[in-house]
Ligand binder design. Structure first.
Ligand code: TRP
Length: 531
């Protein structure tokens, strides 16, 4: 533990904290994924639902994570250790549930999953709520391993763009080029290495002179590039069709599935559910306003997501291409689109710089979670932790990079997985992606809000948030909204409806329920109409 070690480092300013946290939130999820799920799920209609999810679930849960971090001044594991009650009925119920589930599966000779359930049940009895923090640190490893592979591709495409090698005449050529690029071990592993190295170099420098300093440089750069790309896209003839496709609300395309997709994405996009925000919150001082900081981070993240679509779709439509989905849109369609615009190579390069910057500020937040754990709890120096675990992540990520196109490079892992679980995902990349996005993050988010709402208690959390944010906790909501908070006739001692009371209700009831629904949907146990 860190007793006796020098005082914990703190952010230099609230703008530094806001930009660093927004940097964690703004990533490949905003620029790569948000635009196409919006296009697919009813444009403006989906945006409205997404905004609701952000406000109703994302914002309250983010406040929980910041409050947990600032209160305990620890990494996610340390935070839960500090607040873990001696015994918790709720935790024991979950543990019992897992054990019974495991026995049931074993009876049906489902050995792999049965064993997993039993082990999880035992771990819940052993660690109780601290397991949520442990899962967060593990998620840090898992997510960064595959995230940095994709981030490596974007770096590779910056180089290719600058060298003028992205001048594809049509999508088929671009597709083939991309396929060869990611299957070439030298490129894939090399670029992944450079990305992890950049993360290590920044995190190694610490909070103020590493993460904060670089976020203050990179986030404005990101904004500027986005604005330039939007202006370029919107001034092309025929751009309006792209804006129409992207934003005109089509409620007939919005399904129950779409709502849950919006919710799941809100979580991923805000970096919630694995303690990244707990960790960043642990470097925040008591004077800073948690409510307003959260509001700013959430607003920036959403703004960038919306802007990213405006930077792409107008150009795609103006050049007469069809919007594709997923990785295809960014790595295959866009280079071909830019190729048709004058100075295409420059635009393509700029776009991939944008993606790389967004990925970098997210990558450092993931590495910081792992680093903070080993520094706080295991007595590593920051230098040791970043170098050792940067290397581990590089190695794990290399396996991902080599398996994106299938298991042919690593048939032994495939055989092992098949022996235990009966089925096998297409690649290690996929295994890690699904494990973290579909399981660890939603479960993490669910348990973080249950923990704050029912175990640590909203009262203690509000006490924490109150420091630096008196309006949030103590002013009657109506007086606050009406601008009458200091008016003598409006200041009574009994404030029933405050922002804090609304927040408490959301955290105790609404967020856990909504996250549970989204979780059941992603793992396929809940199907809603439409497809
Ligand atoms: N929010 C990032 C994105 O939108 C991804 C990310 C970074 C993340 N850190 C995280 C997701 C921590 C969950 C948890 O791309």
């Amino acid at each position: 533990m860190s007793n006796g070690t020098p005082a914990r480092e703190q952010w230099g300013s609230s703008i530094g904290f806001i930009l660093a946290t927004a940097g964690s939130a703004v990533g490949l999820g905003n620029i790569w994924k948000f635009p196409y799920i919006t296009g697919e799920n009813g444009g403006g209609a989906f945006v409205i639902v997404y905004l609701l999810c952000i406000a109703v679930i994302g914002l309250p849960v983010m406040m929980c994570e910041i409050a947990l971090g600032r209160h305990t001044q620890r990494n996610p594991v340390g935070a839960f250790l500090a607040l873990n009650p001696r015994s918790s009925t709720l935790a024991h119920l979950f543990g019992l549930g897992m054990v019974l589930c495991g026995v049931f599966l074993l009876c049906f000779r489902n050995w792999g999953w049965g064993a997993v359930s039993l082990v999880l049940g035992a771990l819940i009895f052993r660690f109780r709520w601290t397991l949520v923090g442990i899962m967060g640190v593990l998620a840090g490893f898992t997510i960064l391993s595959f995230y940095s592979v994709v981030a490596g591709w974007t770096l590779g495409y910056v180089l290719k763009g600058a060298a003028g090698q992205l001048g594809f005449t049509d999508v088929a050529v671009a597709e083939q080029h991309f396929g060869e690029f990611i299957a070439s071990p030298g490129w894939a592993v090399g670029c992944h290495f450079v990305f992890v190295l950049l993360c290590v170099l920044i995190v190694y420098k610490g909070i103020r002179s590493g993460i904060e300093r670089w976020s203050k440089i990179l986030m404005p750069v990101l904004f500027m590039i986005l604005i330039v790309l939007i202006i370029r896209g919107l001034t092309l003839p025929g751009a309006v069709k792209g804006v129409q496709f992207y934003l005109s609300p089509d409620f007939s395309k919005l399904t129950g599935e779409g709502v849950l997709i919006a919710l799941g994405h809100a979580f991923f996009s805000l970096s919630l559910g694995m303690g990244a925000i707990i960790t960043y919150g642990s470097y925040l001082n008591k004077e800073q306003n948690i409510f307003l900081s959260t509001l700013s981070v959430v607003a920036l993240d959403t703004l960038v997501a919306l802007m990213a679509g405006l930077a792409m779709f107008p150009a795609v439509f103006a050049m007469g291409f069809a919007p594709d989905v997923g990785p295809g849109l960014v790595f295959q369609v866009l280079p071909a689109v830019f190729n048709q615009i004058p100075l295409g190579a420059a635009w393509a390069t700029l776009f991939f710089v944008l993606l790389s910057v967004a990925a970098l500020t997210s990558g450092i937040s993931l590495l910081e979670v792992v680093t903070a754990y080993f520094v706080d709890e295991r007595g590593y120096s920051r230098r040791q932790a970043t170098i050792v675990f940067g290397t581990v992540i590089f190695l794990l990520g290399s396996l991902c990079a080599l398996s994106v196109t299938g298991w042919q490079n690593m048939p032994w892992i495939e055989r092992g997985l098949k022996a235990v679980f009966g089925t096998v995902a297409p690649s290690l990349f996929d295994v890690l992606d699904r494990l973290s996005s579909n399981w660890m993050l939603p479960l993490g988010g669910l348990f973080i809000s249950l923990f704050v709402g029912w175990i640590w208690g909203t009262k203690k959390a509000v006490d924490e948030i109150r420091h630096g944010s008196h309006n949030f906790a103590d002013v009657h909501l109506w007086s606050l909204l009406a601008g009458l908070k200091d008016d003598p006739s409006h200041s009574s001692d009994l404030h029933v409806v405050t922002l804090a009371s609304l927040w408490g209700i959301f955290i105790r009831f609404i967020s856990p329920f909504a996250v549970l629904l989204a979780f059941l949907h992603t793992i396929g146990w809940l199907r809603l109409g439409g497809e």
